[in-house]
Write a protein that binds this ligand. Structure first.
Ligand SMILES: [Zn+2]
Length: 301
């Protein structure tokens, strides 16, 4: 474990109200500054005792299409784009108060949280930030998807290869060295998407109730993109918005390890499952090397 700069929190309390993508329930959130070594945490202020769930991979209960965290039977979900914003902007300590289970979707990217954090400003904190420098290669595979992490002392560099096999016209690859500016300019505004073939399943499961024409797009069988409801031609923010969003998810999911990371990570057709497994592996390695503070170790696995 090496340390770099000091930790950071946000400069004040900021609020927002909106609907979650999956369940469509209106939820109010407040982002609040927190003391050093507390990490990113979510608080259900709508429940008795206002229970807190750490934004840590130890509490990931479900990772299908979004991240759901659960502690002592209390859950928060859809937290991945919020986690991406704090990871991308270098925030280490922050509390997210919520009046419901699902984090608002905003515009389907991480911009709602990026704007709130920028509005609040950032405050430097004395204790050094924990950054884990990966010392050996990790390879994880699942059903044709793969994620590889390699040592890279220079910082965090991510590559993603988007390839749906059946949609051969839509192969996209993207590499980014993760800095605050690169995240903001290249990744933060990329919206979530769904394969057109997956829409029926979403409806059957009663999900996607917060979907609007603007907050996600569909990728069709022929590689074209559509709006999710009227199925008009989608106006994308980048021609390769899909691969950029996969990197946004990866940035958020890796930060569930509870620390910064120096490594080169290459994802191929991977998603939340392999991202979460890699974050778990990183925590294990950091623990075995004696590199985690008591805060990060003291969680149920
Ligand atoms: Zn996402």
């Amino acid at each position: 474990m090496t340390t770099s700069r000091g930790q950071r929190t946000i400069g004040g309390v900021v609020e927002y109200k909106g609907r979650g993508l999956f369940h469509g329930q209106e939820v109010s959130i407040k982002l609040k500054p927190q003391p050093p070594n507390t990490g990113i945490r979510f608080q259900r202020v709508d429940l008795p005792g206002s229970p807190i769930i750490p934004g840590n991979v130890a509490y990931v209960k479900d990772h299908k299409r979004r991240i759901l965290l659960e502690k002592d039977g209390v859950a928060v979900e859809g937290i991945e784009h919020c986690m991406a914003s704090v990871a991308g902007l270098g925030i280490d300590n922050m509390l997210v108060e919520m009046t419901g289970k699902e984090v608002p979707a905003g515009d389907g990217s991480s911009m709602v949280f990026v704007r709130l954090i920028r509005e609040a400003g950032t405050v430097n904190q004395e204790p050094p930030r924990q950054v884990f420098t990966l010392s050996r290669a990790i390879t994880l595979e699942d059903n044709g998807a793969k994620i590889v992490a390699l040592p890279n002392d220079a910082g965090l560099e991510l590559t993603y290869h988007l390839d749906f096999k059946d949609r051969s016209s839509l192969k996209q690859s993207y590499t980014i060295s993760v800095t605050e500016d690169a995240f903001f300019e290249q990744i933060a505004t990329a919206r979530t998407f769904c394969l057109s073939s997956g829409v029926e399943e979403f409806i059957r499961l009663g999900l996607g109730r917060g979907v609007t024409e603007e907050n996600c797009f569909l990728i069709n069988e022929d590689g074209t993109t559509s709006t999710p409801i009227k199925r008009n031609k989608a106006v994308l923010r980048f021609a390769d918005e899909g691969v950029r969003h996969k990197l946004l998810d990866l940035i958020g999911d890796l930060f569930l390890a509870g620390m910064g990371l120096r490594a080169r990570v290459i994802g191929t057709r991977s998603g939340h499952l392999l991202n979460v497994l890699l974050a778990r592996k990183i925590v294990e390695l950091a623990q075995s090397e004696g590199c985690l503070s008591s805060k990060a170790v003291d969680v149920e696995v």
